[in-house]
Design a protein around this ligand. Sequence first.
Ligand SMILES: Cc1ncc(COP(=O)(O)O)c(C=O)c1O
Length: 351
Amino acid sequence: MTSLDKPEREKLPWWEPVFGSEEKDLLEQVIDSTFLNDGRIVKRLESELADMLECAHVIAVTSGTAAIYLSLKALGIGINDEVIVPAMTYIATANAVSMTGARVKLVDVSPESLCIDVNRIKEAVNSRTKAIIPVHISGRGANMKKIMALAGEKNLVVIEDAAEALKSRHQGKYLGTWGHTGCFSLSPFKAITSGQGGFITTNSDTLHQKLRKLKNQGLLGPATGGADFHEEIGFNFKYTDLQAAVSLGQLHDLERRLKRMRQIYDLYHQQLKDCPQVRLPACQPQEVQLWTDMLVEDRRGLAQFLGEQGIDCRPFWYPIHDEPPYQVDRAVQHFPISSKIAYQALWLPSA
Ligand SMILES: Cc1ncc(COP(=O)(O)O)c(C=O)c1O
């Protein structure tokens, strides 16, 4: 066995990407073409994703974090603005807001879905609030109908963090296509992955153009890297044909993967329904659960027990208000649901 071969499996992993021959064929084609940058294969991926998610535009970028940052930037959010973020999410959601110079305003989550609580959003809105970022935890949708109605009423923009919700439908519509933009991740623990990567969905032609310029040094079309006329400030958040080759192969296998994810969901929910020590948050019909989250009083004890049986699991993130950059004045702000649930939750093997 060479050092690159797969080691003998010692543990049931909590997540595992699966690659097929199409990824390898497409990678070979890209390498043979000698064009590895953001080109033909990225365009193809964007177009297939837009068709699949029934939205007007998809813009591929370097990561899910970049997708959120660029969305905020395209929507004009920055210093002196406040952006509402759930207290229970991956820290990337909050960090993308901080990157713009805006302030993160945390809001507690609902105990049922573990997604942002709409009633608490109302209390958090003030004159500086510009945007809401609902996060669809493990593929379960935040209450998008109510969030969109509230945003309309208060004149706020909505950027969905759909990093964990690819092809999950909620109230009749794909998650990530409700808001002004939807942000997806292609990092290793997602339904499809290219190692790193992400993409943005939008139905707005104006936002689409802004996002394309922001991701490529202010240019709408392809760059020569030489005498290009740059009308606006932009950056380099380009995705590459090398990465898109892997994502495209993965995308073509997505239905099989989603079917398996549904089977895993059914199995856990059937087998554990009579176990009073644990609670599994439920998906709505048409939602697809990416990872199986479980709430249990003695999380440490369960993780240790599973580890001894050769079963891997992953504890939930710390709530954002317990992370050093976002610690809040606890005398003023409380997030009782996130403070409790984040320390009870873990993800069971889900691949
Ligand atoms: C909820 C959530 N938001 C944002 C991200 C950030 O995505 P990325 O790691 O691609 O930057 C992730 C995943 O990593 C995530 O799970």
